[in-house]
Design a protein around this ligand. Sequence first.
Ligand SMILES: *Cc1c(COP(=O)(O)O)cnc(C)c1O
Length: 361
Amino acid sequence: MTERIYNFSAGPAALPLPVLEQAQQDLISLGDTGIGVLEHSHRSKAFLAVYEQAEGLCREIASVPDNYKVLFLQGGASTQFFMIPMNLLSKDQTADYLVTGSWSKKAVKEAKLFGNVNIACNSEDKNFSYIPSEVALSEQPAYVHFTSNNTIYGTEFASEPEVPAGVPLVCDASSDIFSRPIDISKYGIVYAGAQKNLGPSGMAVVIIRDDLIEQGPTDIPTMMQYRTHSEAGSMFNTPPTFGIYVLGRVLQWLKDQGGLAAMGQKNQAKAGKLYDYLDQSQLFKPTAAKQDRSLMNVTFVTGDADLDAKFIAQATAAGLDGLKGHRSVGGMRASIYNAFPEAGIDKLLSMMNEFEQEHAS
Ligand SMILES: *Cc1c(COP(=O)(O)O)cnc(C)c1O
């Protein structure tokens, strides 16, 4: 087998090796069933056990309260961009959106198809390099939507934005879900595309409060109603079985690592090493405002596009893949989700150090 390298990809992203090894076996035969996980009916006893384990671990790890459902839906996070307003926003209502990056903007575009949108804050004036401290909410928003971690720009909310009592807080947590402890009771909906911190692409994990499920209209397509999936335990149609399987294995791995509190500490330590280096570097500069730095996506530049390209090429040659920044920021981005090993960060740091010495002016 080819040796595995360090994968700094923003998503799909690195998964824990023990999970991949287990999946390799379960592809041929799930447990002792003699049938691979991809080949099992979603109604089979063996798969139902997989489903129940994934759902149960999700509830356990994040202490999901009883009045919330955990749904496994298809279409990634982007489908939630329209499914949420389709269910929660009517023509005469306003939803508030905190715009902190291009994923937030995409969510806004979809919401406008269903009702009014109030942009409660926007950090585009500085290319989304910070999280605005001032948020101007509308009078009675149907909900308040924010993006907890801005994958492209390397910024992250340190804590949830404040919302008035009774207003549901809705969060796109695609790139930092389960990277640290989360108090689900503060939210109406938390959703995430699975491919950054949880598993394969194509699936979204949606944690939604019961009253919001009930509130949605019944005259929209059946598949677009949260109640459909809630009532059917995410099995109204054939669910993304492999995604659910991998999610379950990843959550078991997360639990074995000590759960969300331990994971949060590890992520602090991992990102902290990189930021400490960047803060004293004469060559590499972090792009995100210090107080808003992401623990998941660390963005930095040299200030010289040719030098950035040279660094990325050398890093790639040394087995550090996926470090090229998103085109809207340029430079480098190290995506270091839960499963990314600290040894990969040490290797990146030693490369940066060498490169800096070589190019010291
Ligand atoms: C990756 C990402 C998305 C898009 O997820 P899809 O599953 O591809 O639709 C949405 N929001 C954020 C914050 C992301 O990082």
